[in-house]
Design a protein around this ligand. Structure first.
Ligand code: ADE
Ligand code: ZN
Length: 330
């Protein structure tokens, strides 16, 4: 079956992490920045493990220095994502990489991203929403600055607040102030947890940060009671199987817990995380889920409905996207 053309909803991508390596290499050349060490002989990103991945990611981000860079990046990413049938996408963006937390600079970067998103919506029919993201290993104080940027710019484009980065740094509760600030501003919440941490990290994230969604969350598989709680509360997991395989959070596709989580009643969705880093696309993810677990068109339709129901958008947008997900008459 050709999964490319199925209309898809993708909730978990990182904007900087979706930058094609050739795009970053081009910016580096333009600006005379030497980041040759982050590429392999084929021009792809090269990293040994998760910590090294984060270092390579941050080195790539040093080339993104202006709103115009982010406008070009957003357009390039949306073009690639739309080519895989994605009609609605959410992306994590960090003030840390867009003006270093200065609210005025952040507004300029966001305006450029929104400009690109508007153009892509007009020309490619893909809708984008942004989730402002604190970086956990930058610490709780830096995360508060990201949360303040989020609170200042909540609107049509910025609809959520989240946290990515090194999950084993600190505890979720250390970041509660930031999540409280974002919640009070009316933003919807998600946080990476259970990518590396076990069930207790997922449980604490739900308890202390009061999130509606969890990024990854696969660590929940080791605790049936927690899985029941997640199912009961309707907390949605943004699962990124290809990312987990490449970063070795799981030993391979066969060992990935997504099917068992779904069978336990946990609402799961599928995303690519940082597609060029993990040599994946949404089409590849669907292909591998079909090959590994026998999932087919009905399973993917159900998956996309869960994702759209959990999307951080208003009801008018949700209804508009729902129409795009309806099967077309043959
Ligand atoms: N930032 C970008 N990708 C990430 C991942 N998979 N985990 C944590 N932080 C990230
Ligand atoms: Zn992620």
């Amino acid at each position: 079956m050709n999964f490319r053309d199925i209309p898809k909803v993708e909730l978990h991508t990182h904007l900087e992490g979706s930058a094609p390596p050739a795009f970053i290499a081009g910016l580096a050349r333009e600006k005379n920045i030497d980041i040759s060490g982050i590429f392999d002989a084929q021009g792809g990103y090269a990293f040994r493990d998760f910590d090294h991945f984060l270092q390579v990611y941050e080195a790539a981000c040093t080339t993104l220095q202006s709103p115009e860079d982010f406008r070009r990046l957003t357009l390039a990413v949306l073009e690639e994502t739309a080519a895989h049938g994605v009609v609605y996408m959410e992306t994590f963006v960090s003030p840390d990489f867009c003006g270093g937390g200065d609210v005025a600079a952040w507004r300029d970067y966001l305006a450029a991203m929104q400009d690109a998103a508007d153009e892509a919506e007009r020309t490619m029919g893909i809708t984008l929403r942004g989730i402002v993201t604190g970086i956990r290993h930058f610490g709780p104080d830096q995360c508060k600055i990201a949360a303040a940027c989020a609170a200042e710019t909540k609107g049509d484009f910025i609809t959520g607040f989240g946290m990515a980065g090194g999950e084993m740094v600190g505890r979720p509760g250390d970041y509660a102030y930031s999540f409280d600030m974002a919640r009070e501003a009316g933003l919807q919440l998600t946080a990476h947890a259970g990518e590396w941490g076990g069930p207790s990290m997922v449980a604490e994230t739900i308890r202390d940060l009061k999130v509606a969604r969890i990024g990854h969350g696969i660590g929940a598989i080791d605790d049936p009671k927690l899985m029941a709680e997640i199912a009961d509360k309707g907390i949605v997991l943004e699962v990124c199987p290809g990312s987990n395989v490449v970063l070795k959070a799981v030993s391979g596709w066969d060992a990935h817990p997504i099917a068992k989580l779904r069978d336990a009643g946990v609402p799961v969705t599928v995303s690519t995380d940082d597609p060029p880093f993990f040599h994946t696309t949404m089409t590849d993810e669907y292909d591998m889920l079909a090959k590994t677990f026998g999932w087919g068109a009905d399973d993917f339709r159900a998956l996309n409905k869960i994702a759209l129901d959990a999307a951080f958008c208003d009801d008018e947008t949700r209804a508009r996207v729902a129409k795009r997900l309806e099967p077309k008459d043959e």
